[in-house]
Design a protein. Structure first.
Length: 532
């Protein structure tokens, strides 16, 4: 646990990719195989479920610290992070623990089934037996809110260096439905077990946003153009008489979309299709807000299947007749995909072929992009005809050229402290717009955002928040409505789940509007007028 905590401290204190990769590589070279597996799991979002709620954590930590509850709560409000608060207020350890990361995680998993008295004794004993940063990491694991600024790609790069295993192969090995409690490092990284690959998807190829002038990409005729849809990226796998549908988040979602069972009788064995899960009602692609009615549902009712049916829009083919075809050109893969679709397409099959367009000039491509919002797409995908299907986010062959974001001017009303290197600053903001009510004009919350400002701007806003706090609600502060920001977002839709009646997609701060007063901010009605 000491080594893992030190790793997290190093990762969290650096913004340099090279330093993070070096720290991870060194850790993977020296950690036990058991701890390596759990580290891979934690950094790829396979975390054990939370065994204790935060109310009990606060109560037991406050008791152990021997301070008044009001002082603990006040400290929590100032620090803004529960794990960090507990690590700070609990007395320092005189007899440091030498338990491994694996031992702690197995105990945390077993803790869920224990009584509250047992949980309390376990937590207080371990809090007392850990040094400050180890106690912080331990509590993060307990709360389930373990976030660190390391992508799976960086972790895979470091593991590749430590184990001398091809990075792309590792990315493939680490995908799928493996359990760190039952999988050894030998099985996960070093062994070649063909039967384990039956259900596994390939690593997704991801596009970069366009950089510079579109003409810099060379002749437009070298590229294929598709509209970019706002759904769930997926891979549909048909192998050995079975069907598997994976999301890009490495979640097996086959059972969540019963419509896809129709693929079993249609798609031939040895086929993997890269595509997008999209809501498709009355013959039209819906919004991501529509799709959210299907996400996370344990039970998919017949009524839900009827009101929000889904399809897969196929972009690419990665496996054909049991052979990995990712090294073939996009042009060749597209021909295979079109051949497959021609053989299996039917009105009852929830599969559509993404429309591929080719243009002779970039002016024509630009005009197509201008129609994106009208077609309910996010913009365009540009794919070089000669490109292979690569692993991860790589520049050169696939680009996304999204439409300009929708924008609205909104008022800052609430703030929370950030995470990682911003944990001492208020950087997570809630914004509101004007709405006419029976009592007059009121500000109504509509979105949250935590990115888009420079570090210097975040510090200025943080200083202002501390001087203009109206009320405190745990780690949240309400502030004097005074600051106006331009908020950008990809899409907007009506929503019964939001107080404003509207949901925005990917909201972020575009700029601080020093030139505007809150009276100049937009209204909920203005936002609704942006709905297509």
């Amino acid at each position: 646990m000491k080594n893992f905590a030190e790793l997290i401290r190093t990762l969290d204190s650096s913004n340099k990719t090279s330093a993070k990769v070096e720290a991870l590589t060194d850790y993977f070279r020296h950690a036990s195989d058991e701890d390596k597996v759990w580290t891979i799991a934690l950094l790829s979002h396979r975390r054990p479920p939370r065994p204790v709620n935060t109310t009990l954590l606060r109560m037991w930590a406050n008791e152990l610290a021997g301070i008044p509850l009001w002082l603990f709560e006040e400290s929590y409000h100032i620090v803004g992070d529960l794990a960090e608060t507990i690590a700070l207020v609990v007395p320092p350890s005189n007899e440091p623990s030498d338990k491994s990361l694996t031992e702690f995680l197995l105990e945390i998993i077993a803790l869920r089934r224990k009584s509250d008295d047992h949980k309390k004794a376990y937590l207080q004993s371990n809090w007392k037996g850990l040094a400050y940063y180890e106690r912080f990491v331990f509590t993060k694991l307990i709360t389930g809110s373990f976030r660190i600024g390391v992508s799976q790609k960086l972790m895979t790069r470091a593991l590749s260096k430590a184990e001398n295993v091809d990075e792309d192969l590792l990315a493939y090995k680490l995908m799928g439905d493996w359990d760190p409690a039952r999988t050894t490092f030998q099985q996960l990284v070093r062994d070649e077990q063909s039967q384990d690959y039956l259900s596994k998807p390939y690593p997704f190829y991801l596009a970069y946003p366009i950089e510079g002038a579109i003409e810099d990409l060379g002749p437009a005729s070298d590229w294929s153009v598709e509209h970019k849809w706002d759904g769930i990226r997926s891979q549909t796998i048909r192998r050995d008489g079975k069907l598997y549908v994976w999301s890009r988040g490495e979640e097996l979602v086959t059972d969540k979309y019963p419509e896809f069972n129709a693929f079993l009788d249609a798609i031939p064995d040895g086929t993997v299709i890269d595509g997008e899960i999209l809501p498709f009602t009355n013959g039209e692609i819906g919004s991501f807000n529509d799709l959210q009615t299907r996400i996370g549902r344990k039970t998919v009712t017949q009524a839900l299947l009827k009101t929000t049916p889904v399809i897969i829009r196929a972009y690419d083919i990665l496996e054909w007749e049991g052979q990995d075809v990712r090294e073939r050109t996009y042009e060749e893969r597209r021909q295979l995909l079109e051949r497959l679709y021609a053989n299996i397409a039917s009105p009852s099959l929830p599969l559509q072929l993404s429309e591929r367009q080719q243009f002779s000039t970039w002016d024509e491509v630009t005009r197509e992009r201008e129609q994106a919002r009208e077609r309910h797409s996010e913009g365009l995908m540009l794919k070089r005809n000669a490109s292979p299907y690569q692993v991860g986010r790589k520049k050169g062959d696939w680009w996304k050229w999204k439409i300009e974001p929708l924008t609205i001017d909104a008022v800052l009303t609430y703030a929370m402290r950030g995470h990682g290197r911003r944990s001492n600053l208020f950087t997570d903001y809630t914004f509101a717009l004007w709405q006419e009510t029976e009592n007059g004009r009121e500000l109504v919350t509509f979105a949250k955002a935590y990115s888009g400002l420079t570090d210097a701007e975040f510090r200025k806003v943080d200083d202002w928040i501390k001087k203009n706090t109206l009320e405190r609600f745990g780690p949240v502060r309400s502030v004097t409505p005074e600051l106006v920001f331009e908020i950008g977002f990809e899409g907007v839709a009506l929503s019964k789940r939001h107080k404003s009646g509207v949901a925005t997609r990917f909201p972020r701060i575009l700029r601080w509007r020093h030139d505007k007063k809150i009276e100049d901010a937009n209204s909920i009605e203005d936002l609704k007028n942006l709905i297509p």
